[in-house]
Every structure is written in C-alpha cells, then in structure tokens.
Ligand binder design. Structure first.
Ligand code: ZN
Length: 181
C-alpha cells in the first residue's frame, strides 16, 4: 500500500468507532429532550445573572473615585448634613440595576450610613445641591482622567448644574429686592 492509503485506512479505523461512540452517547445515553423551561433555568438564567454582576472597574478605580467625590462634595452627608467618620459613597442610580454607572462620578453622592440605609437600592434620590453640581462640573473640566474614564454623561450634568444655578441666582436677586423692614 502507498503511504497516503495507509493514512486513509488508519483514519477510517479511528473515526468510525469514535463516531459510533459519540452517536450512542449523544442520542441514547444522555437525555436529549430538554424542555424549553429547563433549558432557560439551566443555561440562560445563569448567564443573565452573571451579566448583572458585570463590573466595569476595579478597587483602584473605586479608590480614586472615592477620593475625588470627597474632594468635590466635602465630608458631610448630602442628605442630613451630618459629619461622620464613616461616610458612604452612594450610587444615586443603584449599581445592581445600573452596573455600567458604578464607576461614574456623575452617579455618586456622599451619604452617612443611616441615610444610605434609608435610601436603599429602590430609590434614586439625588441629594446633590447646586454647589455640589457646579463644583463637580468644574472638577471634571479641569481633570482629563475624569473626563476620559469616569463620567457617564457630562452634557446632562452640565445642563442640570446650569439650570439649578440660574434658578438659585434668580431666587437670590428676588430676595435682595424685597424691602428691608
Ligand atoms: Zn445623613
């Protein structure tokens, strides 16, 4: 026999029993009928759960953001104004439902543990005051790293800060016009 004929015959010898074993395994030994519901529970659901645990950053990113947010918002709870040793950095939109906003500085606010507990994961209350928004906009404008990596929507943030700032200015001038008794 020629060399290539030998190779061909040996291939047939290996492949034939292998495919028989595979056939028996796939269609006779292993259960082949998996219902759609079972398929969802066993294969689709775990993937979805895993996806919701997606992380877009690491502890070093978080450390940097924590430092920045305290610089911008100070060391008081934005909700009750209390000074605390153990302030939390809260995700305005909870990270369980918005994993892509976990490492975005425009989604963070400083809260004390009590206010953070009260807010929980179901509320999306934004406690940031005009001064916090304005100083955050200023910080982002001066910080290339923040701009590049840690801001979700700067235009929305800027718009909100401007709107609040203008409203506050309007109120102040109105107060000044009031006659002093
Ligand atoms: Zn508080």
């Amino acid at each position: 026999m020629m060399e290539y004929q030998k190779i061909f015959v040996s291939m047939i010898c290996y492949i034939t029993p292998l495919s028989v074993v595979l056939y028996v395994l796939l269609f006779h030994t292993l259960p082949t009928k998996v219902s759609a519901a079972n398929y969802y529970v066993n294969f689709v659901a775990p993937v979805i759960v895993e996806k919701s645990k997606l992380s877009y950053g690491n502890s070093a990113n978080w450390k940097y953001l924590r430092k920045k947010i305290f610089e911008v918002q100070g060391d008081r709870c934005l909700c009750c104004g209390k000074k605390s040793e153990q302030l939390h950095v809260d995700h305005i939109k909870p990270k369980s439902r918005y994993p892509h906003l976990e490492f975005m500085i425009d989604n963070l606010q400083v809260l004390c543990p009590e206010c953070n507990m009260k807010k929980s994961n179901s509320h999306e209350t934004d406690y940031r005051k005009t001064e916090h928004l304005v100083s955050l906009v200023r910080e982002i404008n001066n910080n290339k790293l923040l701009q590049r990596k840690y801001v979700y929507d700067f235009k929305v943030l800027e718009k909100l800060a401007n709107k609040r700032f203008k409203a506050e200015m309007k109120n102040r001038s109105y107060m000044q016009v009031l006659p002093i008794v």
